[in-house]
Design a protein around this ligand. Structure first.
Ligand SMILES: *Cc1c(COP(=O)(O)O)cnc(C)c1O
Length: 495
C-alpha cells in the first residue's frame, strides 16, 4: 500500500551563538563615521552611549549562515506534516503573505485619520461580516490577540451583560475535556470553575449539565467538537438547559475547522464564540508570533463589544468609540491587523464552497488516519470523529513505552509529533489532527512511521526510550532543560 518511510538526516552540526562567532573588527557592512550624530537629539548626555559594545561582530555570510542553519533546526508546516491536535497546523497559503505585505496594509500607521485608511477599516468591517456569516453570530470584534484573549473578552462580555441585569453570578461550568485556557479565562474574570464530567462516550450529556446548572452559574464554556475530536451530540438540549436558568453558552471556537461552511455555532445555541484565525483561517502560528482571536456574539450581547468598532456610514467607513455599554478596549489600536488581512485573503480565496470543502477534507483526513491506526494503536473513542482523533500508548504498558517515546520516534522519521498527554482526561493521549492540507499519501507515510514505531516499541523498547537519534540534540531531561537553560553551542553531546 505505501512506501516505507526513510529516516531523515537532519543537519547534525553545531551552531555556536553569534556572540561566540564574533571577532573584533569583523563586519558585514560599513557604517558612516558617526551614525548616531542626530539620533540622540533631546536625550540627556548621561544617557547616551559613546560607543556600542557587546554586539557580535561577524561577516555577512556568517550572519546569513547562522540564521539559515537555525531555521533548518526548526520544524514548520512548510517542512512537513505537523499533526498537532487542537492546534490546526494547516498550510499557510503564500498568497496570504503577499497581501499582508502590500504597502497599503503593511505600512499604514494606527494614528492615521479614518479617511486615509478606508481600505483597512473596510477590510475589518467586511471580515467581521464574513466571520458572522460563518459562525451564525450577530456581531464580531476582531481585537483579541489570540484564542485565550478571545475567551477572556467573551466571558468579560457575559459578565457585563449579567451585571447590567443586576445579576452577580459566580460560577462557570467547564467539561473535563476543556483546553487549559478555558478555566484561566474564567478565573481572570473573577469566576470560579465547576468541572463537568463527560460521559463514557466522551461527550457532555444534557442530564449531567442540568444537575449542576443553577442560578449562580454565568455560563457553560464548551468546545464543539470537543478536544477528543467528538461532536457534542446533545449541544442543542444543553443550550436549552443553560438558557432556562439564565446562563449563557460560551463556545470555544478553536475547533471551527470541523464546522466551517457546514454548520454554525450560532444555530446550535451559542451566545458567544471565539475564532482562532491562526488555526482555522490559515494564518501562521507557533513560536509565540502574533495570532488573532476574534469574538462573535448574539444580538443580546452586541452593546458590550469592545471599542473601537468599524462601521459603514454614507460618508465611508468610520471607527466609533462612543458606545455606552462597551467593555472598553482589550487591545492597543485594532488588534493584529495583518493577521486579519491574511484571514480575509484566505476566506476570499476559498469562498463559501471552498471553506466547506476544507472542513470536509479535514474530517475525512482525521477519519482516514483513525481507520488506518485501528488494530495498531489503542483508540479509546473509536467511532466517526471530526477533524482530529485520539490514540493512546496503552498497548505498550509492558514495554514501558510512553506517548512521549512515540512522539520522539516520529521526530526521527521526519514528522512533527501529535499533541501528547492532552486532553488530560485520556491517559497517554496522542492527539492527531492532520488538517485538510495533507495528501492521502502523506497520511499513509505518517501511519507507516507509527507502525514502525510500534514494532520497535514491542521488540526493542530501549531504542525508543533514547529517541530521537537523528537530530542534533537528542533526548533532553525536559524538566531540567526548562529550568536550567544552557544556550551555548556545546549544550549537548551527540549520542
Ligand atoms: C488553541 C486553543 C485555545 C487557545 O488559543 P490560543 O490562540 O493558543 O490562545 C483554546 N482552546 C482550544 C480548544 C484550543 O485548541
Amino acid at each position: 500500500m505505501m512506501k516505507k518511510s526513510k529516516a531523515v538526516s537532519c543537519l547534525k552540526i553545531a551552531e555556536p551563538l553569534l556572540f561566540e562567532k564574533s571577532r573584533k573588527g569583523r563586519s558585514g557592512f560599513v557604517v558612516p563615521e558617526d551614525p548616531f550624530r542626530d539620533a540622540g537629539e533631546g536625550i540627556p548626555a548621561e544617557h547616551l552611549r559613546s560607543e556600542l559594545t557587546g554586539l557580535p561582530e561577524v561577516t555577512e555570510p556568517e550572519a546569513v549562515r547562522h540564521y539559515v542553519r537555525l531555521s533548518q533546526f526548526n520544524f514548520g508546516v512548510d517542512t512537513g506534516l505537523y499533526p498537532l491536535g487542537s492546534c490546526t497546523m494547516k498550510y499557510n497559503p503564500k498568497i496570504n503573505e503577499y497581501t499582508a505585505s502590500l504597502p497599503g496594509f503593511a505600512r499604514i500607521h494606527p494614528y492615521l485619520p479614518d479617511e486615509a485608511v478606508q481600505g483597512a477599516i473596510g477590510l475589518m468591517w467586511e471580515l467581521e461580516r464574513y466571520l458572522a456569516e460563518i459562525s451564525g453570530m450577530a456581531g464580531i470584534t476582531l481585537q483579541p490577540a489570540a484564542g485565550a484573549h478571545g475567551e477572556f473578552t467573551g466571558i468579560r462580555m457575559i459578565r457585563a451583560a449579567l451585571e447590567k441585569k443586576g445579576q452577580k453570578r459566580h460560577k462557570v461550568l467547564i467539561p473535563d475535556t476543556a483546553h487549559g485556557t478555558n478555566p484561566a479565562s474564567c478565573s481572570l474574570n473573577g469566576y470560579s470553575v465547576v468541572e463537568v464530567k463527560s460521559s463514557d462516550r466522551g461527550v457532555l450529556s444534557a442530564e449531567q449539565v442540568a444537575q449542576v446548572m443553577d442560578d449562580d452559574t454565568a455560563a457553560l464554556m464548551v468546545t464543539n467538537p470537543n478536544t477528543l475530536g467528538l461532536f457534542e451530540e446533545e449541544i442543542g438540549k444543553i443550550a436549552q438547559v443553560v438558557h432556562a436558568r439564565g446562563g449563557y453558552m460560551y463556545g470555544d471556537g478553536a475547533n471551527l475547522n470541523a464546522l466551517m461552511g457546514v454548520t454554525r455555532p450560532g444555530d446550535m445555541g451559542f451566545d458567544v464564540i471565539q475564532f482562532n484565525l491562526h488555526k482555522t483561517f490559515s494564518t501562521p502560528h507557533g513560536g509565540g508570533g502574533p495570532g488573532s482571536g476574534p469574538v462573535g456574539v448574539c444580538s443580546e450581547l452586541l452593546p458590550f463589544l469592545p471599542i473601537p468598532r468599524p462601521v459603514k456610514t454614507d460618508q465611508g467607513f468610520r471607527l466609533v468609540t462612543d458606545l455606552p455599554d462597551t467593555i472598553g478596549r482589550v487591545r492597543a489600536f485594532f488588534g493584529n491587523f495583518l493577521i486579519m488581512v491574511r484571514a480575509y485573503t484566505y476566506i476570499r480565496e476559498l469562498g463559501g464552497e471552498g471553506l466547506n470543502q476544507a472542513t470536509r477534507m479535514a474530517v475525512l483526513n482525521a477519519n482516514y488516519v483513525r481507520t488506518l491506526l485501528k488494530g495498531l494503536y489503542d483508540i479509546p473513542f473509536d467511532r466517526i470523529c471530526m477533524h482530529e482523533c485520539v490514540a493512546t500508548d496503552a498497548q505498550f504498558k509492558k514495554q514501558k513505552v510512553s506517548n512521549v517515546d512515540v512522539a520522539k520516534g516520529l521526530i526521527d522519521r521526519g514528522f512533527h509529533p501529535p499533541t501528547v498527554s492532552f486532553p488530560i482526561c485520556v491517559h497517554g493521549a496522542l492527539m492527531i489532527e492532520p488538517t485538510e492540507t495533507e495528501t492521502k499519501e502523506e497520511l499513509e507515510r505518517f501511519v507507516e512511521a507509527l507502525k514502525e514505531i510500534r514494532e520497535i516499541a514491542m521488540n526493542d523498547p530501549d531504542r525508543l526510550h533514547h529517541a530521537p537519534h537523528n537530530t542534533y540534540i537528542s533526548r533532553l531531561d525536559e524538566a531540567r532543560a526548562a529550568r536550567d537553560l544552557i544556550l551555548t553551542a556545546d549544550m549537548a553531546k551527540e549520542d
